[in-house]
Ligand binder design. Structure first.
Ligand SMILES: C[S@@+](CC[C@H](N)C(=O)[O-])C[C@H]1O[C@@H](n2cnc3c(N)ncnc32)[C@H](O)[C@@H]1O
Length: 644
């Protein structure tokens, strides 16, 4: 075993790097501050159960090119001795993308490991890189925020990216590719030769583990998964916010999911097109049933999946039925496609249940969950007074229904709704407890007015607009670009007994919001943001700073882009004006300032002549485990406008 247990734990909570390493990092952050890394690269979209967001009953696969391929098709380097590069070259990657996050962790690990105990930089001669395709043994020293293990071979500083491993594991791997420019190697996991104390393979519930690319944390105890996810949030704010550590509060413990398996109410398995499907005008269909499932690690061909243990029972029954259907109907498909499996629920008071499910006719059963494909829905008795009937919807235009406490939400099945229903009650409760300042609705500043209005940007079908509405006498307003989600949001408000004065919605691009919010007093308004993974764009954030609501609650399934955007709001208008005046590529003038707050102060002085620049401070940051067994975490950051 390469690491002692103590060392293992130290590496596991790798959120405390060496002091010198963090200095290096702060320097690079000041660059991020003055010149945000607007790098671009089509990101490698690996669709896994936990990430897939396909949205059609049988949606044709328009692009099939990148699923599951290794990131960075860099050149190889066979059997030559090499020197550790002084600095790994920056790769062009999408913001907050898997590749960017991985690269940042690798660079930090390289920096930390190049520092010897006495603080001096080591430049030791490195052994030759092993041949691509050869098998070697490596020790895993850290988990990246992407969920991949980062490992080293004895006697070498080379970093190997190995999925399905945890710190403290010694594993046999097959060298897949040396990425010369990036300075690391991608390897395939073969087997564990000496397990980490953190690993217990009897915890693994999925027979496709280490083949399917999802759910890589299954060998960990759930408390370790939560600890690891807190580390991911810590690293996100350290690496992507561009903020000095003093202004980022201690990241709070991650709140766990009530269900650890069987929680996903939506799965989107897919199948490839038949051989020749990519040829123009192809008319040849599948002659046999194609593999239906997800994309495995290191391949772009779909692997056959019969069940997915993180999916709910209804969704897994739906998968079984869809597979049976495809076994008969595969001859209709000349292209690949994605299958939508979305759970839908209907609550029925027990007093209204006339007969047991087994005695219902097909029509009576269909009436319980109208769009569901299960011949009879699954009955789950919630309490002595209520039973839930669950089925699975495959038509993305059909209506799915979910409950959160006593709230009811209907949605077009193929549109966005949170995928883990089990956590939505504690989660919306947490938002309810934090959406107003701790002082009971009064913002921090002396003489502050009570908050009366909620603006829910990126509202979808009204999750926050509706569940938080009772706290806002001035009303709650949701905005979303998806017209269909907004149609349903309006219906949902009515279903939950809320009139238009209490709860209203706008279908528009989020930056348009600011045209219609002028009538609201920013001193009495809180804005909730819940954008897609890529985060908010500059125009939105700049307008948000101009509007200057007294409080902001930022929810995100990508803590890296969240950290970037929170950094922007904390630096505030001075920074926004500066980047607008110098252009998004950043100016030389900016690059000279090393400390972000020097820049802020310089600009504070400049801007204060005509108005006080708006900026925010962070009250709290906490992760929620919406996606147990995977490396994903949902972040909630609460911000207050700085008024002093
Ligand atoms: C992560 S979802 C959050 C939805 C909702 N808050 C919820 O939890 O159910 C992000 C939402 O942003 C919407 N969206 C994406 N781009 C947008 C834009 N430019 N303007 C407004 N909404 C947008 C999507 O339609 C989606 O409903």
């Amino acid at each position: 075993m390469g690491l002692t247990p103590t060392r293992v734990l130290a590496s596991f909570s790798s959120s405390q790097p060496l002091r010198f390493a963090s200095t290096l990092l702060l320097r690079s952050q000041s660059r991020i501050f003055t010149k945000p890394p607007f790098w671009t690269m089509a990101s490698v979209a690996v669709t896994t159960p936990a990430q897939g967001d396909g949205a059609s009953q049988i949606a044709p696969q328009s692009t099939q090119a990148h699923t599951g391929k290794r990131p960075f098709p860099g050149g190889g380097q066979k059997g030559r001795p090499h020197k550790m590069k002084k600095k790994a070259k920056k790769t062009k990657v999408g913001e907050g993308s898997h590749e960017e996050v991985l690269m940042m962790d690798i660079q930090n690990l390289m920096a930390a490991h190049k520092i010897s105990e006495d603080g001096a930089e080591t430049t030791k001669e490195q052994p030759p890189l092993p041949e691509q395709g050869s098998e070697i043994e490596v020790d895993v020293v850290e988990i990246s925020s992407t969920g991949d293990g980062l490992a080293k071979q004895k006697g070498s500083d080379r970093i190997y990216v190995v999925p399905f491993t945890v710190p403290g594991d010694t594993v046999r791997v097959k060298v897949y590719r040396h990425l010369e420019q990036e300075g690391y190697t991608v390897a395939d996991f073969i087997e564990v030769t000496s397990p980490s104390p953190l690993r217990d393979d009897s915890r693994i519930k999925c027979k496709y583990f280490a083949k399917c690319s999802g759910c890589q944390f299954q060998m960990l105890d759930y408390s370790d998964q939560l600890r690891l996810k807190r580390d991911i949030v810590v690293k996100a704010y350290r690496n992507f916010s561009g903020l000095p550590s003093e202004v980022v509060p201690e990241i709070l413990e991650t709140i766990g999911s009530p269900l650890k398996y069987g929680y996903r109410t939506k799965l989107t398995p897919h199948f490839d097109g038949p051989p020749g499907a990519r040829r123009r005008g192809n008319t040849k269909a599948w002659e046999t049933m194609p593999p239906v499932g997800f994309t495995p690690k290191g391949s772009n061909k779909v692997m056959d999946i019969e069940e997915c243990p993180i999916g709910t029972e209804a969704v897994n029954q739906g998968l079984k039925l869809e597979r049976e259907r495809l076994a008969k109907e595969h001859g209709k498909y000349t292209k690949g496609a994605t299958i939508l499996l979305r759970e839908s629920t209907k609550r029925v008071p027990n007093a209204q249940i006339q007969k047991p499910l087994s005695d219902l006719t097909a029509e009576e059963a269909a009436a319980l969950v109208p769009a569901g494909i299960l011949p009879k829905p699954l009955a789950v008795e919630m309490s002595s007074s209520m039973t839930e009937y669950k089925s699975c919807i495959t038509n993305h235009n059909a209506t799915s229904t979910e409950y959160i406490d006593n709230f009811i939400f209907t949605n077009p099945a193929g549109f966005f709704f949170q995928n883990n229903n089990s956590i939505l009650s504690p989660f919306t409760d947490y938002i309810r407890q934090h959406i107003l300042p701790p002082s009971g609705g009064l913002a921090n500043a002396p003489g502050a007015k009570p908050i009366r209005t909620l603006i829910d940007a990126y509202s979808g079908s009204g999750l926050f607009t509706i569940t938080q509405s009772a706290l806002f006498p001035g009303g709650s307003i949701g905005i979303d670009i998806a017209e269909k989600s907004i149609d349903y949001a309006r219906k949902n408000a009515l279903l939950n007994g809320l009139n238009e004065k209490q709860c209203s919605f706008i279908a528009a691009d989020a930056p348009e919001l600011f045209k219609s919010v002028k009538k609201y007093d920013p001193d009495e308004t809180v804005v909730v943001l819940d954008p897609p993974r890529k985060g908010c764009d500059n125009s939105f954030l700049t307008q948000l700073l101009d509007f200057a609501p007294t409080r902001v609650v930022y929810v995100s399934c990508n803590v890296h882009t969240q950290a970037r955007d929170v950094g922007f709001l904390v630096r505030g208008q001075a920074e926004a004006e500066l980047s607008a005046s110098t252009g998004s590529t950043g100016g030389k003038k900016n690059e000279q300032a090393d400390d972000p707050f020097d820049v802020l102060l310089q600009n504070d002085v400049k801007t204060r002549k005509h108005k006080r620049p708006v900026r925010y401070e962070i009250e709290s940051i906490r992760g929620f485990d919406f996606f147990p067994q995977t490396g994903h975490v949902e972040g909630v950051a609460v911000l207050n406008r700085v008024d002093s």
